[in-house]
Design a protein around this ligand. Structure first.
Ligand code: NAD
Ligand code: GLY
Length: 357
């Protein structure tokens, strides 16, 4: 049922000139989707709500109702849940119904779901009629703290993750923290892989805080706001990842993405693969970048506190993973760009990591 009473929300402004937007964080924001659309996309009255088979039945009706109450005529497009939907074939399955519903350049997209839908829906918005606006309504911890902010959209290829896509900033992000209550334990925990990544690269003070919150005891909206702010500040300084700063967000992702691709998309949750990549990158940092072993152990213990995997399952061969990493975007002139830590909170991009490490 819709409740459009005023709610208390936290806000992070992402300052990118004419692509600036606000991220709202708080319980119940889904029922304010229509109001937000009216505010930031004034005059646009047609929309596609793109969602997936697990999130749609839980939250799509409230999203549609809120849009209708604001005078928007929405069409609902639902794809199967899971990473396999971040594929070019599914892009067509979203864009065709948009065309059939006669969405035009003054329409917009709402991406309602986790990171898969955010990336896919955002990409469809970026390319439909050469680009229409979209709103992110992230419903996982991972998508609220990371993927809904920063405008990276796209799809996977069988060869490697996120190989096609473009930058397309959302017009607004509504992170309704109440939607996180329906997440399964695994999906809840995987989001903390990206939070631990943020702590490692930019916010060492978050580490002791996270050590206390492993059991859902923290006030989540504030933790989510803190993480969005870390990402927002990086994106503001290096929106298109050309200055080396945004690359720091790839800490743990060189191996993590390779593991995800090797597992077959959906074989392992994104955050779980990233956890394996974070652990490997932390220990590599002790050998190559002077990170104290006690700090690598602390990262490992933090991952374990959120029940994230620490050991690569036997079915993965290291050589296969390195082969996949070599076809990743992070591979330059025969060397993998690897993000390493000098200390907790201090990351840098190394070009010196070789297969032998
Ligand atoms: P996801 O979207 O697949 O969601 C994980 C699972 O949770 C799915 O089964 C989904 O159906 C379920 N779910 C989602 N919301 C729910 C809810 N509120 N209640 C119950 N179940 C719910 O995966 P994710 O972990 O959110 O995102 C991973 C994706 O994000 C990957 O494709 C990754 O590459 C991408 N990503 C993108 C960026 C970026 O900057 N664009 C950053 C990080 C990750
Ligand atoms: N998740 C990496 C980035 O947004 O740059």
């Amino acid at each position: 049922m819709s409740d459009s009473s005023p709610i208390t929300s936290l806000q992070v402004h992402v300052s990118l000139g004419d692509r600036s937007y606000d991220v709202q964080v708080g319980d119940g924001l889904l029922d304010h989707l229509g109001e937000t659309a009216s505010l930031v996309l004034n005059g646009r009255t047609r929309a596609a709500v793109v969602t997936e088979s697990q999130v749609g039945p839980l939250y799509a009706e409230r999203a549609l109702e809120s849009l209708r109450a604001a005078g928007v005529d929405p069409v609902l497009i639902t794809v199967p849940e899971g990473e396999a939907s971040k594929a070019l074939g599914v892009v067509e399955k979203v864009c065709s119904p948009m065309a059939a519903a006669r969405l035009y350049r003054k329409s917009f997209v709402v991406a309602l779901g986790g990171g898969v839908i955010g990336d896919l829906g955002g990409f469809c918005a970026a390319i439909y009629q050469r680009g229409i606006p979209y709103l992110q309504v992230p419903t996982t911890v991972l998508s609220q703290v990371d993927s809904s902010v920063g405008g990276k959209t796209g799809a996977n290829l069988p060869e490697a993750k996120n190989m096609v896509g473009c930058f397309h900033q959302p017009a607004a992000v509504l992170a309704d923290t109440a939607t996180l209550q329906t997440l399964g334990k695994r999906e809840w925990n995987e989001g903390f892989a990206e939070i631990i990544k943020h702590a490692c690269i930019r916010d060492a003070a978050m580490v002791p805080h996270l050590e206390k919150v492993a059991e859902r005891k923290s006030h989540l909206p504030e933790l989510i706001r803190r993480n969005i702010a870390i990402k927002a500040r990086i994106v503001e300084e290096d929106e298109y990842e050309t200055k080396g700063l945004r690359s720091l967000l790839n800490f743990g992702h060189t191996l993590g993405h390779a593991i995800e691709a090797a597992a077959g998309y959906g074989g392992m949750l994104h955050g779980e693969a990233i956890a394996l990549g974070l652990r490997a990158a932390a220990w590599l940092s002790t050998r190559v970048a002077g990170l104290a072993e006690a700090d690598a152990r602390r990262v490992e213990q933090l991952l374990a506190a959120f029940d994230l995997p620490l050991v690569l399952p036997d079915r993965f061969a290291t050589d296969d993973l390195l082969g996949i990493a070599a076809s990743d975007k992070k591979f330059e002139h025969g060397k993998v760009r690897f993000v390493l830590l000098r200390s907790l909170g201090e990351a840098f991009v190394s070009h010196e990591v070789t297969r032998e490490h």
